[in-house]
Design a protein. Structure first.
Length: 212
């Protein structure tokens, strides 16, 4: 992944134990003390997690990298606006999600989510959903029936409202608590729960019933 900022490597200040420093403290160190090492630690902490989220959300590796770069540039630009009484993770996910939504609308990206198997309740639905997210390549042993099922689920996911897709990605794929997802999307926790339940029910209704 390309570097966000072209900076010379510095020796880490021995007085700061970055491993034990919270995300919020790192951002404040960068904001108040211009600690570039703190910013680089933040980038490394979120490099894999946030990039993977954007990769699955956008369905395109190059666009995910672009949004990742833009997100941390905006973190740099907006760090003065960060409320130190709040958590960093929902804040950065809100920035990243907004950028991804804007890019997707601009590019009219179609989702390319591959799913398989049958669904029996919310928990099993997402077990299948997330397992297919992790797979980067198609299984060469997939049968014609399996391929058709994947297409059915992909088409069903594409029919969900954007608001429902965002909650699915944040809560199930990223493992966010309802409170974190609520803060990220500017909703209440109860609203997150109700939309999540509605999203899963819609998926189940949109999908043809599996035959034995």
């Amino acid at each position: 992944m390309n570097a966000i900022f072209e900076t010379n490597r510095r020796e880490v200040n021995s007085a700061v134990n970055y491993d034990e420093t919270t995300d919020e403290e790192l951002l404040l160190n960068y904001r108040e003390k211009n600690d570039r090492n703190a910013f680089e630690v933040l980038v490394k902490r979120y490099e894999r997690e946030l990039y993977n989220y954007l990769r699955f959300y956008l369905g395109n590796a190059d666009m995910a990298e672009d949004v990742f770069q833009t997100t941390f540039f905006l973190v740099h630009q907006k760090c003065r606006l960060f409320d130190e009484k709040r958590a960093f993770r929902p804040w950065i996910y809100k920035i990243a999600t907004n950028q991804a939504v804007s890019l997707k609308r601009h590019k009219k990206i179609r989702y390319a989510v591959s799913l398989d198997d049958t669904f029996h309740g919310e928990e099993n639905l997402w077990n299948v959903y997330s397992s297919q997210f992790i797979s980067e390549e198609a299984d060469p042993c997939d049968s014609a029936v399996g391929a058709e099922r994947k297409k059915q689920v992909r088409d069903a996911v594409e029919q969900l409202p954007e608001s429902h897709r965002k909650i699915l990605y944040l809560v199930y794929f990223q493992g966010m608590k309802y409170r974190e997802a609520a803060e990220t999307l500017g909703l209440s926790s109860s609203n997150i729960k109700s939309r999540l339940s509605a999203a899963i029910k819609k998926l189940q209704n949109l999908l043809p019933k599996a035959t034995a």
